[in-house]
Ligand binder design. Structure first.
Ligand SMILES: C[S@@+](CC[C@H](N)C(=O)[O-])C[C@H]1O[C@@H](n2cnc3c(N)ncnc32)[C@H](O)[C@@H]1O
Length: 533
């Protein structure tokens, strides 16, 4: 598949119709012109907006929360790289391609003083988002159904803009409109999250995409296309002779594709458009709209984990060249990048001293690792005693101020490490075992007398198995009794009342056994970051 060039490389006269918006962000007289779809894109059955709408109607997108796109996480990374991001509690957030609101609504439920706008082309997705919004009774969210280039001016400017799973999956003119919009409506020291497919890793994926698309090119209808693609991918995943032994690696990719959900297969691997880019093209595209690369949202990707010979190639490079070389070195296929305004003052690397006013705790990754019985990787390796991990695990999911860590752990870095406590804690965060926040998270590890779960998770428990916790991570809870209990945790019921309410769900159980089961569930909910004070 060829990579569609970004809009500005084409002559402006390519755009047959435009809508001009005056640039109100800085009071300047200039106007910024937002291209609507290119004529060729409008009529191309693969890339027109109408075709995209049909695809999302045919197979609903299984959207879910992405913790890396949460404003709190963006604010932490932005702060580490030198920005002074807006206070998350009262910020303005825009999500482009928000689908059914699965990412935006839990943010809004937990940040009642903040304001959220979700925009999506798909009437089906926005109808679902509005239904959920009405049921949740939130008054801090507005959904706009339509092309993102038509987002009304009245919806204002934003501290945080999220575009997850959109950039590579829309036509070039929409990518253009997306950055034009962010370039104009991202506030000073605002942060934009953009996820996208990248080369060189996607060359491997692209080989698989093309084979599958060729196989199904004459098959009509989403169910039949999915079935045929999945069956063919499974067949190609089986061991067999290849011209070159190394080509057998492609079989792993076919195997992965054969096993993913319908939503991921249809809207990612089989999707058209699905245009990976080289990172430097992406950065140049952002720069044309007054935006610049701030950092990767995933802190692990901010560290140059490169071989000594690769380190020599990296030395002396500027930020963009360095990131591009790291993509080559690590054969990266997907990025979740944070952008900011080109005129924002930012650093080249993390400034460890900036963690001093933050809060720190065990990450979900560390909790999972420990639950699986594996030795944790992270703070211990970075030079801190493993007791800090144990401490964080003991209080998880609650956190402690970074400024208290030395006193509460009665520990400071040994002189021979020549590193500050802050630098060691940052390493542990980069390696994924600890996580930072700018404020103490509004959650409790231990249920009170009248246990209370977050309102969004409580609402979800009545609708399916997906549950989003207060750290914005979504898990599948396949235990009907756990879901039933979760839905009851509105903070009004005592444990005795909860026991009475659950007796029906556990027929044949003694009351004492029901009460004990409830205690066990509550302990799990606490560790899973589902409970509030
Ligand atoms: C792959 S889905 C990603 C959904 C969600 N952000 C996520 O990652 O879970 C892409 C979304 O972008 C929306 N979209 C595509 N073109 C758009 C446009 N021109 N304006 C607004 N939304 C668009 C689609 O309807 C779809 O919901």
């Amino acid at each position: 598949m060829t990579n569609v060039p970004n809009g500005p490389t084409r002559s402006p006269s390519c755009y047959p119709a435009r809508s001009a918006w005056s640039n109100s962000s800085d009071g300047a007289e200039s106007t910024v012109e937002i291209p609507v779809q290119l004529a060729s894109e409008r009529t191309d059955p693969r890339t027109s907006n109408a075709a995209l709408v049909q695809k999302y109607d045919a197979v609903a997108y299984a959207a879910q929360s992405n913790a890396l796109s949460h404003p709190e996480h963006m604010a932490v990374v932005a702060t580490l790289f030198g920005l002074e991001p807006a206070d998350v509690a009262s910020c303005h957030v825009l999500e482009l391609g928000c689908s059914n609101g699965a990412n935006l609504l839990p943010m809004a439920a937990n940040l009642p003083e903040a304001h959220f706008v979700g925009c999506d082309l798909s009437p089906r997705a926005i109808a679902a988002a509005r239904r959920s919004l009405a049921e949740l009774g939130l008054d801090n969210v507005a959904f706009f159904q339509g092309d993102l280039s038509a987002l009304p001016e009245a919806m204002g400017e934003f501290d945080y803009v999220i575009a997850h799973g959109v950039y590579s999956w829309v036509p070039a003119s929409v990518r253009e409109a997306m950055f034009a919009l962010a370039g104009r409506r991202l506030k000073h020291d605002g942060v934009m999250f953009v996820s996208y497919n990248v080369y060189p890793g996607c060359h491997v994926r692209q080989a698989v995409w093309e084979v599958l698309r060729l196989h199904i090119e004459r098959i009509d209808g989403a169910p039949a296309r999915l079935e045929a693609a999945r069956a063919f991918a499974a067949a190609l995943a089986e061991p067999g002779a290849t011209q070159n032994p190394v080509d057998a690696l492609l079989r792993h990719e076919f195997k992965r594709v054969a096993q993913i959900t319908d939503s991921a297969l249809y809207h990612d691997d089989l999707a058209e458009p699905n245009d990976p880019v080289y990172f430097r093209e992406f950065a140049a595209h952002a720069a044309r709209h007054g935006l610049k690369f701030l950092a990767e949202a995933k802190l692990a990707m901010t560290q140059a984990d490169a071989s000594p010979s690769m380190q020599r190639f990296l030395a002396g490079r500027d930020r963009i060249e360095r990131e591009q070389l790291l993509d080559f070195a690590q054969l990266r296929r997907f990025r979740q990048s944070l952008l900011c305004r080109a005129d924002s003052a930012t650093g080249f690397a993390i400034a460890p001293e900036r963690v001093a006013p933050m809060w720190i705790g065990a990450s979900a990754q560390l909790l999972r690792t420990v639950a699986e019985g594996k030795p944790p990787v992270g703070a211990g390796q970075a030079g801190a005693p493993t007791s800090d991990e144990e401490w964080m695990l003991a209080i998880a999911p609650e956190t402690m101020p970074v400024s208290d860590v030395a006193a509460r752990l009665a520990w400071s870095p040994p002189a021979e490490t020549r590193r500050s406590l802050e630098a060691i804690l940052v390493d542990a965060c980069v390696q994924g075992s600890l996580r930072l926040s700018l404020r103490p998270p509004a959650l409790v590890a231990v249920a009170g007398d009248r246990p209370k779960a977050g309102s969004f998770a409580r609402w979800q428990a009545g609708h399916g198995v997906a549950v989003t916790n207060l750290q914005h991570e979504t898990m599948q809870v396949r235990d009907a009794n756990a879901l039933r209990l979760l839905a009851l945790l509105d903070g009004n019921r005592t444990r005795g009342e909860l026991t009475l309410a659950m007796v029906d769900a556990l027929p044949g159980w003694e009351r004492a056994a029901v009460a004990q089961r409830i205690d066990e569930y509550l302990a799990q909910f606490g560790k899973l970051a589902l409970l509030v004070a």
